[in-house]
Design a protein around this ligand. Structure first.
Ligand SMILES: Nc1ncnc2c1ncn2[C@@H]1O[C@H](COP(=O)(O)OP(=O)(O)OP(=O)(O)O)[C@@H](O)[C@H]1O
Ligand SMILES: [Mg+2]
Length: 247
């Protein structure tokens, strides 16, 4: 079986600070892969490299056999890869609808002739509405992003990630700062919107990780301590010592 995504020997340093020192793991198509590890372990840095925001100092990101390392995010979008951000990325003054519309339009490659193509216009509006429904924001679709509750902002962030119809989705701590109830809702929503897609999720909340993930990689001191099934990870003494603790 060909690897769908192969994170190969990734190193990253920031002016002498070595953050990633040979990160290596594989993700198969349609897998739900969680990346866990302590604060400052380098998880977001790894996402920044996979999603094209940063170039690795060395190593390669192979997506369906092709080296995509160093390619900018808009090119990666075209390959079918899309990410969310740990801190929300929405345009605060724009409505929910217009935030999603911006992403859907970029998928269609439209520029300024948007209103001159009524049929395509309708098709796009239907897509936007469908995504808004998927992430549960229909009731607030005309409100500016800035007026949304915290949980709704995170849902919008996921909607923006979905707007380019990606096959590989990267979510960086989608439930961070949520109440238990918001988190439970978010788990259900993420489960639904990522069905049939490949998911890589960074998450500290172990309930989220164990509800969603089919594989888990533990990032610790710049390398992958272990990459295995949730069952194996739960019982791995090294993981308990390094991260999960007694609980
Ligand atoms: N652009 C940057 N320039 C310099 N140092 C950076 C940069 N981005 C991240 N770092 C450093 O890299 C290390 C890893 O940070 P990163 O944000 O990747 O960790 P993380 O695992 O996502 O942590 P958290 O769980 O708190 O989100 C930290 O020491 C951080 O200060
Ligand atoms: Mg982070």
């Amino acid at each position: 079986m060909r690897n769908y995504l192969h994170i190969h020997n990734i190193h990253k340093d920031f002016s002498g600070l070595q953050v990633l020192t040979g990160v290596e793991f594989k993700v198969q198509e349609k897998e739900r892969h969680a990346v866990i590890g302590p604060n400052g372990a380098g998880k977001t840095t790894l996402f920044n490299i996979i999603s094209g925001k940063f170039k690795p100092s060395s190593g390669a990101i192979l997506f369906k056999g092709k080296d995509i390392s160093g390619k900018p995010p808009h090119i990666l979008n075209r390959y079918g890869l899309s990410r969310s951000f740990q801190i929300t990325n929405a345009f605060q003054e724009l409505s929910v609808f217009n935030n999603i519309l911006a992403g859907v339009r970029s998928r269609y490659g439209l520029r300024y002739n948007f209103f001159k193509k009524p049929n395509q216009n309708r098709e796009i509006c239907e897509k936007v509405d469908a995504i808004i429904k998927e992430v549960g924001l229909t009731d607030v679709k005309d409100q500016p992003a800035s007026s949304l509750s915290y949980g709704q902002q995170r849902a919008l962030e996921i909607g923006i990630t979905l707007s380019t119809e990606p096959e590989l989705i990267l979510l960086d701590e989608p439930t961070a700062g949520m109440t238990r109830e918001e988190t439970n809702q978010a788990i259900k929503m993420i489960d639904q919107v990522t069905a049939g897609r490949t998911l890589i999720i960074i998450e500290h909340d172990m309930e989220v990780v164990f509800s969603l993930a089919s594989m888990i990689s533990v990032l610790h001191y710049g390398t992958i301590l272990v990459s295995d099934t949730p069952e194996k990870i739960r019982n791995d003494q090294r993981v308990k010592d390094a991260y999960l603790g007694e609980g």
